[in-house]
Design a protein around this ligand. Structure first.
Ligand SMILES: [Zn+2]
Length: 222
């Protein structure tokens, strides 16, 4: 998966260009930069691509460890399992928008992009009563249009800063071993609500975060 990270200078330059274009078109709006880091002393757990057959296990583990996470859900999976999305929200976790069908946002038309985000927010709201305020682009692929769109839909783009590639491992031990060395203050950890190995590794990963005297949060600096 592409990290999609751009140097700050480039972001600022892009923002200036966008602002100019937007001002000329009479549609001025401040573009919010994507978030890659959380607060000092904290780690954020994110679980992408669900809800799935593993969601209930993840919920049980998070409850046992008294930890909260952000579940970046796909609209198509929420539409199939609205009850699961509701359980996630009721357990106090945050549900983010991860598009409807997991496209590269950079390779689809503006109309399609808007539909992917709006449709997903709608099914999440229908299932949980809560409108998502975070968006994570599939594959981490975004461009200026993605940022503008998320901004228009009042969603903050949330990326990540620790990617153990959990989907590539088949045992909990392997997921834990790949993840633990990446955990440090301010990291946003990318995991997936997709596979047995990640679900089985989550309790040990949470213990590892706390052994490093870090706390777990679902909020970001502004
Ligand atoms: Zn994804």
């Amino acid at each position: 998966m592409e990290p999609g990270h751009r140097p700050l200078a480039r972001q600022n330059e892009t923002e200036k260009q966008l602002t100019t274009v937007a001002e000329q078109s009479g549609a001025y709006q401040k573009i919010t930069d994507p978030v890659f880091l959380t607060d000092a002393g904290y780690v954020t757990l994110t679980l992408d691509d669900g809800p799935s057959v593993h969601t209930e296990q993840l919920l049980e583990e998070l409850a046992n460890k008294n930890a909260r996470a952000i579940f970046f859900m796909l609209g198509e999976n929420v539409a199939k399992n609205p009850g699961l999305a509701r359980k996630v929200a009721e357990a106090g976790h945050v549900i983010g928008n991860h598009s409807f069908s997991h496209p590269f946002m950079t390779k689809i038309t503006a109309d399609k992009a808007r539909e992917e985000l709006e449709r997903t927010s709608r099914v999440i709201e229908d299932a949980t009563g809560v409108v998502p305020t975070y968006f994570r682009p599939p594959y981490g692929a975004f461009n200026e249009s993605t940022l503008l769109l998320a901004n228009q839909l009042r969603m903050k783009v949330v990326m990540w800063s620790a990617d153990p590639k959990d989907y590539s491992f088949h045992t909990a031990r392997a997921v834990y071993k790949a993840t633990d060395p990446l955990l440090a203050s301010r990291k946003i950890l990318l995991l997936h609500d997709l596979k047995d190995a990640t679900a089985d590794a989550l309790p040990r990963i949470i213990d590892g975060i706390r052994e490093k005297n870090l706390k777990i949060t679902v909020k970001y600096e502004d």
